[in-house]
Design a protein. Sequence first.
Length: 283
Amino acid sequence: MLRIDAHQHYWRYQPADYPWIDDGMAVLQRDYGPAQLRPWLQQHRLDGALVVQARHSEQETAWLLTQAPQLGGVCGVVGWLDIASPHLAQRLERRHPLLRGVRHLVQDEADPAGWLERPAVHQGMRLLQRQGYVYDLLVTHRHLADAARFAARHDDHWLVLDHLGKPDIAAGARHWARQIAPLAAMPHVACKLSGLITEAPGGRWQAAQLLPFFEEALAAFGPQRLMFGSDWPVCLLAGDYPQVYRLCEQALAALSPSQQAAIWGGSACRVYGLTESDDGSVS
């Protein structure tokens, strides 16, 4: 079974391109690419990774599509396209085999709930799903109810909730479980076990504080709809790659080998349609 990091990022850092990286995030104010990620994947016996957009730019998406194969092994891209554009159909005609999904930084919209209700967004989503693209949903715990309504309208293909919907860690895992239940009840919604350490207040976290969120995610989604993601290099704000990996490893220790295999790669391969050909490329 292939082992996949289902969520990480590359960028060539320019302050104007990544305004969400502020002066308190000095570790992110540099370039990150396949060469820096590859040793971590090798160390943890991972066969590949999905690189995910970090800004609203088709230019960034095009660049990610050139960078992803340099990692070697299995790779794919969750890029950005303006799904509300009247020209979306023409954009999708130029299908790149590595583009497996699309994401929008909904959490950064002035009105995330309003964005999720835009008629043009719904029209674009219907087109994306008909053509087999996964949609990565990036919201915080404040808009999980809005995300559930959105997901209920778009059930023709997979939706993947990034970072467990960015829980309110201080409110506790049981509170988050109640929030997430409507999304988890939909069989076309999967979830990434990613991004938790940076949601802890001040980036100060302990495993005992976060492991209950993994437990609730397992109860809500089951292993077949969960996938490991490092959120590298954003995770560096609160910990390093080995710490993120060990936290997930600890959370899954009691599962059967087949359940663990699903989360470490099987779910990502199934949801995003990743396979490995003889030359190590996505086919």
